[in-house]
Design a protein around this ligand. Structure first.
Ligand SMILES: [Zn+2]
Length: 423
């Protein structure tokens, strides 16, 4: 009975995604050699595309060889890519995998695995989760790290906010478990023991603190200082009320989310309301704020797709201005992966190119290297010796047309090949 249930669950997953997949792991002590592929090296100045050989050992890139492409390797599984294109794996810097877990355990596991499956088979090899249930997230982080399931690597946050936010959210929550503070969702007030709060978050396995809402500037500064001391990142909403975007930027957080929130940084005596976010603004007025972000090396997690879906048209305008001034922009979706057939990540990238003045090269650089930087990671996001073997291989050149990013040949995460099987 148990086996039948398991099987039907598996079938359900297959039917749900309407595809079946295969997976390959090179045997121990065997190299994986990818020959005759065009390696795309993305830089802030553009892209360099050169034919070469990529050698992978276990979960890392061992060699990028452009010179001697005839070189042979002992104990190797060799794949001839025959002119296909090699890019670093994609990184989504704003997902919510477990913010609203499903009621039943099986239902929730199926939901988690379908999301992760769709992400990985779309070429997303790393995600930053911006606050959710850390028990679920740590379980799936482990499952991904051990390659038990097809999933991107997961990095997640603890949500810090003032009592006003948590009182509001918990008053309509039906889940009694969420009615009290948890290491991944903590109420922060003046009297909070900050070293302890950060240590609790750290104990829940987080990589960063999500500075979320209803926090005074002094508290934002305290969070950033203590998080840095304990080796954690700080990922803030651009406006956390009463702290303004300027105060958040001055506190030197690592990243700021939601470009439209920057509007609260306009130098105006009028109070900005939510409906103002749909109005046209003069972005030049934001320059002094954006330049402080730049000086403090703060990355903008723009989330334009959700902005567009909520009629906050200023989102792309602010992102365009930030990009023009040289601020790094990451690709975060903040939008569900299972609602629409096309993943929101492509839409986010498309908006950078169509509305924010990015070249395709720049958008892909944001989707890889800057994504890694947003999580504080230096081990991925580029194709170089010693980096993690998170790679996607495309049938056609994505620099010619972003649509080609969807035409995936194989995905390699942590040195393991994931391949869509022929339908
Ligand atoms: Zn979010």
């Amino acid at each position: 009975m148990k086996n039948i249930l398991k099987l039907s669950f598996f079938l359900l997953l297959c039917i749900g995604t309407n595809k079946s997949y295969g997976q390959y792991q090179a045997k121990k002590d065997t190299l994986l050699v990818l020959k005759n592929g065009f390696i795309i090296k993305l830089t802030p100045e553009g892209a360099i595309v050169k034919k070469g050989t990529l050698v992978i050992e276990k979960d890392s890139i061992k060699e990028v060889n452009y010179l001697n492409t005839a070189k042979t390797y002992a104990n190797a599984k060799v794949i001839d890519l025959n002119g296909k294109y090699i890019l670093p794996g994609l990184i989504d810097t704003h997902v919510h995998l477990a913010t609203a877990p499903k009621e039943g355990r099986n239902e929730n596991n199926a939901f988690m695995e379908q999301q992760l499956n769709k992400m990985l088979y779309s070429g997303i090899t790393t995600v930053r989760d911006m606050a959710g249930n850390a028990i679920i997230l740590s379980d799936y982080t482990r499952a991904s790290n051990l390659n038990q399931i097809p999933a991107p690597s997961i990095f997640y946050a603890s949500q810090f906010a003032g009592p006003k936010y948590f009182n509001a959210i918990r008053s309509y929550s039906t889940n009694t478990r969420s009615k009290r503070d948890r290491p991944w969702a903590q109420t922060i007030v003046d009297s909070t023991n900050m070293p302890l709060a950060i240590a609790r978050a750290k104990g829940a396995g987080v990589t960063g603190i999500k500075i979320y809402a209803n926090l005074k500037p002094l508290l934002v500064t305290k969070i950033v200082k203590e998080a840095k001391k304990q080796g954690l990142q700080t990922w803030s909403h651009a406006a956390v009320f009463p702290a303004s975007p300027l105060q958040v930027a001055t506190a030197k957080v690592n990243t700021m989310s939601h470009a439209w929130d920057m509007m609260y940084g306009l130098n105006t005596t009028d109070t900005i309301t939510r409906s103002d976010l749909a109005k046209d603004i003069n972005c030049d007025k934001l320059d002094s704020l954006l330049l402080i972000m730049k000086d403090n090396h703060i990355i903008l997690d723009a989330t334009n797709y959700i902005g567009q879906n909520n009629k906050m048209h200023n989102s792309v305008k602010v992102t365009k201005q930030a990009h023009k001034l040289g601020i790094k922009v990451s690709v975060g979706t903040d939008w569900p992966y299972l609602y629409e057939p096309e993943i929101p990540f492509y839409k986010e990238l498309r908006l950078l190119i169509d509305k924010c003045g990015f070249t395709t090269e720049e958008a892909l650089y944001s989707a890889t290297k800057i994504g890694a930087e947003s999580i504080g990671l230096t081990d991925r996001g580029v194709i170089e010796n010693g980096k993690k073997a998170d790679i996607i291989i495309l049938n056609k050149n994505p620099l010619k047309d972003l649509e080609n990013l969807k035409d995936l040949h194989i995905i390699i995460k942590s040195g393991i090949i994931y391949k869509k099987e022929n339908p």
